[in-house]
Design a protein around this ligand. Sequence first.
Ligand SMILES: NC(=O)c1ccc[n+]([C@@H]2O[C@H](COP(=O)([O-])OP(=O)(O)OC[C@H]3O[C@@H](n4cnc5c(N)ncnc54)[C@H](O)[C@@H]3O)[C@@H](O)[C@H]2O)c1
Ligand SMILES: [Zn+2]
Length: 375
Amino acid sequence: MTAPLRAREPITVPVALGDRAYDIVIGRGIAATLGQTIAKLRAGARTVIVTDENVASHHLAAAEAALKQAGVASSRIVVAPGEGSKNIPTFERVCEEIIGARIERGDLAIALGGGVIGDLAGFAASCVRRGIDFVQVPTTLLAQVDSSVGGKTGINSRHGKNLIGAFHQPVLVLADTALLDTLPPREFRAGYAEVAKYGLLGDAGFFAWLEQNWRDMFAGGPAREHAIAVCCRAKAAIVARDERETGERALLNLGHTFGHALEAGCGFSQRLLHGEAVALGMVMAFDYSARKGLCSAADAARARAHLAAVGLPTHVREVPGGVPGVDALMGLIAQDKKVKRGALTFILVRGIGQAFIENNVDPADVRAFLTDAVA
Ligand SMILES: NC(=O)c1ccc[n+]([C@@H]2O[C@H](COP(=O)([O-])OP(=O)(O)OC[C@H]3O[C@@H](n4cnc5c(N)ncnc54)[C@H](O)[C@@H]3O)[C@@H](O)[C@H]2O)c1
Ligand SMILES: [Zn+2]
């Protein structure tokens, strides 16, 4: 993991899921090989690219050209950008257009975009003709290290996020790190919170490496592919052991219980992006763990210092317009599906790289902690 960075050969990370095993291929510029890769994977398959308007403006023409060059037929479905597209009307439209494009079992849908497109297109693929295969071409950092891997797909309900969905694994993930060059810096930074998460939850060596190498990663140097590969390997290993989140996969929710409450409290708006909420949530998970004597204050301070160094928010006062009060936050935490018989489940830490699942968190303790944190 701390090996010297050399030639920028694509890195392949296998996801070991038996007859649904697939590869994540990570490399700079590899979207140009999309056509050849698909022709090799599924000779004669037709494809339909699902993307959003922003991604289309930067990367759709090149993706279509790469397919055409290898003789792969493709059509396109372009939806509006943003979380709003993870809804039933857009889902219906995507399904109808996939069917209208005469995509059959044996053909492929291609999700070209961030987590919104991956979740929406993946869910449509899981439903059309009782399931067609799909390829993820993630275009945000968050999607390359998190949402494109592991097979969770879905859309939002009026009752909450991601409540309508399915497990549907892709047949290939092609993560071209050059696609991230067009990502707005704030989106890149937000995705970085999930990168740091892998170090903080289970890999202290990786966290130390990030402290040294994050600038090269942001600048598009070889550290970027390396870091993405480390994250994908970590997620692939966890998913292979616990695909349906009956246990260990929950560790990936480090920072997400506090984070979701803050995100929901801000109305899932541009005031607080998901990754920014996760950064705040991870700082809170460390601070809470330190307060309970589980983790050293030094480790909590180190986690906060790194997230602050890359420009992520680490205190709720940095959220423009502020966050809801303690009562509202407690209500949002209680709504979270991780509540059982009055006790809360949190991912807590014994130090950097040492997260664990705690099923017995006392809501009164959390309230006392939040009262100080939000003050
Ligand atoms: N399935 C999972 O396991 C999983 C895990 C984490 C998050 N998610 C979901 O992922 C979604 C968030 O994903 P996201 O942060 O990627 O958001 P996103 O897909 O909305 O992308 C963020 C913004 O960047 C734009 N964009 C994307 N790629 C670009 C590029 N290369 N250049 C320029 N602009 C680009 C998009 O149009 C959008 O405006 C949420 O809906 C969340 O629920 C799913
Ligand atoms: Zn997340």
